[in-house]
Design a protein around this ligand. Structure first.
Ligand code: B1M
Length: 207
């Protein structure tokens, strides 16, 4: 059954995943086992295949959505069993930028890795990032930018976090097509990831 669930995520079988997950639970398989032995290993493979160029973005999105379908069913049971999220990520696209496909992919993959993810959307100003950090108290704040004209807002968010006295309490990770490791170093972010699979690894390493 666990292997069936793993294969369903790999194949992106969104329609069948809820039934399979419910069948597994009915057979007495624990939510934690489904997460650790089927869903997480499947997403690890998806991430690896994407990094190796064997899987493309749409296929990764479908697998991530399939995993999300199972996680939604398991979440209340995991909470009940006291399984803590691995960490909390607040993620948004910076001011003036409405690109969200990559950001949502990162959000889904990081959620798949066991994080609680609060996706605050697009065109998020520095003040709104600070407000979200105050409200949700995440371990990591993630910023995405797809335009050379909007990535310049990333250091403004870092400055606003400093001004609010919050910079020591959160790690900052950034990404998006025009963003580089050099830029992350320059603006004092804690990490940069070039794609969703690496973003998941980075989030794990930052918590
Ligand atoms: Co826009 N656009 N766009 N666009 N668009 C680009 C980015 C562009 C490169 C196209 C081009 O000219 N060749 C160009 C930017 C040029 C530049 O600044 N260097 C561009 C432009 C100019 C514009 C407009 C200004 C066009 C216009 O109106 N004149 C306009 C701006 C609107 C605005 O934001 N204010 C605009 C609008 C749009 C659409 C609305 C039509 C649409 C967005 C739809 C949406 O997102 N809901 C759109 C799209 C689709 C694109 C392209 C074609 C695709 C972007 C995408 O979704 N890629 C893009 C060209 C391209 O990239 N080929 C382009 C797929 C996605 C999975 O990859 O977003 O890179 P990506 O995310 C990756 C990584 O970057 C990383 O992981 C993701 C997954 O692997 N990553 C992170 C992303 N965020 C991360 C955060 C992390 C870590 C990793 O940590 C927090």
């Amino acid at each position: 059954m666990l292997d069936k669930i793993k294969q369903a995520v790999l194949a992106g079988e969104m329609e069948g995943i809820a039934e399979l997950t419910n069948q597994a639970l009915a057979q007495g398989i624990e939510a934690r086992e489904i997460l650790d032995q089927a869903l997480t290993p499947a997403m690890d493979i998806v991430g690896k295949e994407y990094e190796d160029g064997e899987r493309y973005v749409p296929e990764m999105l479908i697998s991530a959505a399939t995993m999300k379908g199972a996680v939604t069913l398991l979440k209340p049971l995991l909470v009940e069993a006291g399984v803590k999220a691995r960490g909390k990520l607040v993620i948004g696209t910076v001011e003036g930028d409405l690109h969200d496909i990559g950001k949502d992919l990162v959000a889904m993959m990081v959620e798949g890795a066991g994080f609680e993810v609060i996706n605050i959307g697009t065109e998020i100003t520095a003040e709104e990032f600070v407000k979200a950090v105050k409200e949700h108290k995440p371990d990591i704040v993630g910023m995405s930018a797809l335009l050379t004209t909007t990535m310049i807002h990333m250091p403004e968010v870092i400055d606003a976090l400093k001004q609010a006295g919050l910079r020591d309490q959160v790690k900052v990770m950034i990404g998006g097509a025009p963003v580089t490791q050099g830029y992350a170093d320059k603006i004092g972010a804690d990490g940069y990831a070039p794609d969703a699979a690496s973003a998941t690894k980075l989030a794990k390493s930052l918590t």
